[in-house]
Design a protein around this ligand. Structure first.
Ligand SMILES: Nc1ncnc2c1ncn2[C@@H]1O[C@H](COP(=O)(O)OP(=O)(O)OP(=O)(O)O)[C@@H](O)[C@H]1O
Ligand SMILES: [Mg+2]
Length: 215
């Protein structure tokens, strides 16, 4: 199974969700490969280096726009799960990531700019989906709200707008928690860290994401 976490926008939690998803799959007993597509910043490659040998292993591989197709097709044979940490702005790279994926997770922050960006992203996603279906394949998508605060009216409003658009919104949401920033310093996911609330919400998101692929 290949999952990618991608979007048009930068700084919305793609890397955080990709790393945490990879960690959840590793704890679920799967052999996991996490792919860094951001050859400039390399934050997932660095996270992989910081991940201690006492933790469950996750193979981190860096790819470029030129070799992503070949690499993913090879890696998906050797691993149970491949998680692609997407890079924004790079049109070709994200289109290829979508074509290579079984499930695409689209993080969104609760702001109106995000909602507009996601509308544009879905146009691109649907084009790739049609291409894939035409070739006999399939790809599913799910929108994950990040840094969400249900106590804020604007956040609930954005959620309602996303629902109204009929986007495949996941019920589990991630709140703003410092644990997401701290855990990654040690190459960990939040389920390997101290904050129980972060752990519970991530496991709940993981469960939902796992269920998508089964249906
Ligand atoms: N739920 C959260 N709570 C607190 N901090 C978060 C949360 N999600 C992400 N962050 C932090 O927000 C910042 C941006 O997140 P991240 O790097 O995952 O986004 P990105 O979409 O991968 O960014 P880029 O487009 O630059 O690759 C990081 O510092 C990250 O630790
Ligand atoms: Mg990133």
């Amino acid at each position: 199974m290949v999952y990618s976490v991608t979007s048009l926008k930068g700084g919305i939690g793609k890397t955080t969700i990709a790393q945490n998803l990879a960690v959840c799959f590793a704890h679920d007993g799967k052999k996991v490969c996490l792919i860094d597509t951001d050859s400039e910043i390399q934050s997932t490659a660095d996270w992989g280096k910081d991940r201690g040998s006492e933790l469950l292993p996750i193979q981190v591989v860096s790819v470029t726009q030129e070799d992503i197709v070949e690499q993913v097709l090879t890696l998906k044979k050797a691993f149970d799960i491949v998680v692609i940490d997407g890079a924004p702005a790079l049109f070709e790279l994200s289109s290829r990531a979508i074509l290579l994926s079984d499930v695409v997770i689209i993080p969104v922050l609760p702001s109106i700019e995000e909602v507009r960006a996601i509308e544009r992203f879905m146009v691109r996603f649907n084009q790739s989906k049609m291409m894939k279906e035409n070739l006999g394949g399939s790809v599913k998508s799910a929108v994950a709200m990040n840094k969400y605060n249900d106590a804020l009216r604007i956040d609930r409003e954005v959620k309602r707008v996303l629902e109204k658009y009929g986007l495949p919104l996941l019920g589990s949401k991630l709140s703003y928690r410092v644990a997401y920033r701290e855990a990654k310093i040690e190459g960990k996911g939040v389920i390997e860290y101290l904050d129980k609330k972060a752990k519970d919400e991530m496991l709940s998101l993981f469960q939902e994401i796992k269920n998508i692929s089964l249906t």
